[in-house]
Design a binder for this molecule. Sequence first.
Ligand code: PLP
Length: 377
Amino acid sequence: MPPQRIHLSPPHLTGHEAAALQSVLDSGWVAPAGPAIATFEAAIAAATGFRHVLATASGTAALHLAFRVLDIAAGDEVWAPGFTFIATVAPAVQMGAVPRFLDVDPACWTLDPHLLRHELRAAARRGRLPRAVVAVDIYGQSAELDAILDACRPWDVPVVSDSAEGLGATIRGRHAGRGARIAALSFNGNKIVTAGGGGALASDDPLYVARARHLAHQAKDPAPHYQHTATGHSYGLSSLLAAFGTTQLAALGARVAARRAIFDRYRAALSDLPGISFMPEASWGMSTRWLTGILVDPARFGADREMLRQALDLAGIESRPMWKPLPDQPVFRDAPRAGGAIAAALFARGLCLPSGTGMAEADQDRVIATIRGACRA
Ligand SMILES: *Cc1c(COP(=O)(O)O)cnc(C)c1O
């Protein structure tokens, strides 16, 4: 029998999920309202320090609500790093906004604040500032949010933090995303902890979260009949998933430690290989190392990133190229952009390795041996 396939980042159950689901079933409160939701929101607030939290059906739904709350309108520019998942901007694009993609900083792989500062000055001269800037946490590493906020402050451009990959990460001792007007979190199955799907919108400003809550539940005005002065969404999280997520969140600290240990183990076992380097960790924060990212220099390693990915695949190991830059996606071929060479190089050379915290050491050894075997230097 062939060995079991090793996946990139599968859900890691704690063993307490079934009891949590059963207690919600016993309570009868299974809809996207009720005590299990409030408990999950309080647990997210406690884990992150955000004062106000709304549980949502997904991280993408939280981003959509963030753009709604900030009144993004058709024709507005929304700026984001090009090196990210499409959900960072997709809801804004669906609202008619024009995305503009900026390059990332090679020291942290997140939005380059110097480039942002420069581009904001140029945009002010043109008389067309963005309506929002989205900072994005990548592979467990917080964006350089303080510098991004500093760059945006003179122009009063609001910053949204896509912290879907940043849960558990810190920046200067506080949780990733804190300081942005609104942050979006994700509890999708591949993230560091999961609710079996789900997300959250978080802010220190109660008004943003109250508006998002209203919009997330069909924008029902207070009246005995159905009364609406705006159209909303059906973006609430099921109580069942909220209870699932609460049990998972309790393990967040352990999951962060385990992801970091997986990264350290890869680095110790592979860093002597020519042409292999690891994602840097920014000095101002702690990364969760949600996914271990390596760069493959084909001239030195003797094989390129795609050859390595295929060698792993043949050995029953899932790995994944890093984000293909959004400005290089066919859907955004006409989108304005600034820079992009760093993001393009990360895509050309970058590979994410299996990083699930449920992975046995023997499985990680299989990944390591396959990478060592693929080296042709
Ligand atoms: C996962 C992810 C999202 C979307 O979260 P979902 O819960 O899957 O909707 C958004 N942005 C980034 C950067 C992500 O990695």
